[in-house]
Design a binder for this molecule. Structure first.
Ligand code: PFF
Length: 459
């Protein structure tokens, strides 16, 4: 146990887990999903999912990790349920596939940092040209993966914890600053209204499953990342409280990111439904409006910190296959890190090519009954985020209540949370895992697969 490494302090664990949660998912993906999902309505459904479903699953994952002291792929076996090992392995697969495209987007962010520092604010209008220049974006994404591998190869306390502790608070500061700036701009009210006043006529199954996928993705749930982080957590730390802080930090930052972006989007007359390009098109113009000194300073800092936020997430994604090789295959950490990094890079090549450079990957797949092809990255998101993460959450809830049994879960959660057993929160957590999670996640999983991939609408 000792040689696996442990977080050295409670704050270190919270910072690392919140660092995993807070990333491109909050600042890049969340705003564009809100934009495509019709604004405030998406926000409301997302918030409900985060608190009602995700928080209970989040603390369950951490408990499974701490109890087993093993990473996702091995944890179930270690607890004595060999048949459930498939769930951990499915998580590792999701982690690898998600990281393969996440790293490409992180490379774009890093590239935007470089462009802004050079004073090239026009890059906002040149997103398409930027992503099709695959040699440049390829180098940025390789650089990003190399940063990640170096930190992960340093191990838990030296690398992951230290980086998260410093960078997270600074990021929150800069976003707050930009929210204040956003409110001073003309037409910012229209953006705030779009973001906060719901239009219920936009309700559809698509909005619901997108919000569900987003809540799982944003909280790093459903693939065992938090099982793995939980395995490095000391006994007697309060999981219930730490889990609440992680959830609040993550949701809070996503909320602030929306509050920052939509006034900027409306101020510049940009289409809020612009998809993955949204922050890349929106932010450079805003930095330009600050004048060249402040624009370069604040803009550079923004993209730099966003790169760091992405880094604390890529670290936790890479930790999934790495911990698998270390725990299961008994590999040395360094070898596990570099082999995983290489595989992930290769798997990421289609994402790099699929944003305009290669017609094959840009128009990768057309689902049954639809006529517009999806690019490779969207396809990976549809399968590994929107479909498999909620499925992972569903199976985790079933495992906790019916296989591991609620007594074991409650006793693990109570270790460090003295008043938890028998409290209203205890009742609520168990109720959510026992009834809400299986019913809602099970139903949405079936409806999503039928509607998304086969165009069969039941609702
Ligand atoms: N939660 C991260 C984000 O919002 O950017 C993405 C992520 C990290 C998903 C780690 C899953 C994971 F295991």
């Amino acid at each position: 146990m000792a040689n696996r490494g442990h977080f050295s302090s409670k704050f270190g664990f919270i910072a690392a887990a919140a660092g995993s949660a807070v990333g491109l998912g909050n600042i890049w993906k969340f705003p564009f999903e809100v934009g495509q999902g019709g604004g405030a309505l998406f926000l409301i459904i997302y918030l409900i999912f985060c608190f009602v479903l995700c928080y209970p699953i989040l603390i369950t994952e951490i408990s499974i990790g701490r109890k087993s002291e093993k990473s996702a792929a091995v944890a179930f076996d270690q607890l004595g349920y060999k048949k459930w090992t498939f769930l951990g392995k499915l998580g590792v697969l999701c982690g690898v596939m998600i990281l393969s495209f996440y790293n490409v987007v992180a490379g774009w962010v890093f590239g935007y940092f470089v462009e802004i520092v050079k004073g090239n604010f026009d890059i906002g209008n040149e997103f398409g040209a930027f992503t099709t220049n695959i040699w440049r974006t390829g180098i940025y994404s390789i650089a990003f993966l190399v940063f990640t591998t170096i930190i992960v190869s340093q191990g838990i306390t030296k690398g992951i914890e230290k980086a998260s502790k410093i960078l997270m608070p600074v990021l929150i500061g800069i976003i707050l600053l930009l929210v204040f700036y956003a409110f001073t701009l003309p037409n910012s009210g229209a953006g705030v209204e779009y973001y906060l006043v719901p239009d219920f006529s936009k309700l559809s199954l698509q909005v619901v499953y997108k919000a569900l996928g987003q809540s799982f993705f944003s909280l790093s749930l459903g693939l065992g990342a938090l099982i793995t982080y939980g395995s490095y957590l000391e006994r007697h730390e309060n999981i219930v409280f730490s889990g609440a802080l992680i959830t609040l930090a993550d949701v809070g930052i996503a909320f602030l990111a929306g509050l920052m972006i939509f006034p900027f989007v409306f101020y510049q007359g940009i289409d809020p439904e612009g998809g993955a390009a949204l922050i890349f098109q929106t932010m450079p113009g805003i930095f330009e409006s600050m004048g060249s000194f402040w624009g370069i300073f604040i803009g550079g800092l923004f993209f730099l910190l966003l790169s760091f936020a992405a880094l604390t997430s890529t670290i936790s994604l890479l930790e999934l296959p790495v911990a698998y090789f270390v725990d299961q295959k008994k590999w040395k950490r360094k070898r596990a890190v570099w082999v995983s990094g290489l595989i992930i890079f290769l798997l990421g090549v289609p994402s790099l090519l699929g944003n305009g450079y290669s017609a094959f990957f840009t128009e990768f797949i057309t689902y049954f009954g639809t006529d517009s092809p999806r690019d490779y990255m969207t396809f990976i998101g549809d399968v590994f985020i929107d479909t498999l993460l909620p499925l992972g959450g569903f199976l985790t809830a079933i495992f906790a209540i019916h296989v591991w049994k609620k007594g074991n879960l409650v006793s693990e959660l109570s270790d460090g949370a003295d008043n938890f057993a028998g409290s209203w929160l205890n009742t609520y957590i168990i109720f959510s895992l026992k009834y809400i999670a299986p019913v809602i996640l099970g139903a949405i999983f079936i409806f999503t697969v039928l509607e998304k991939f086969f165009s069969i609408s039941i609702l």
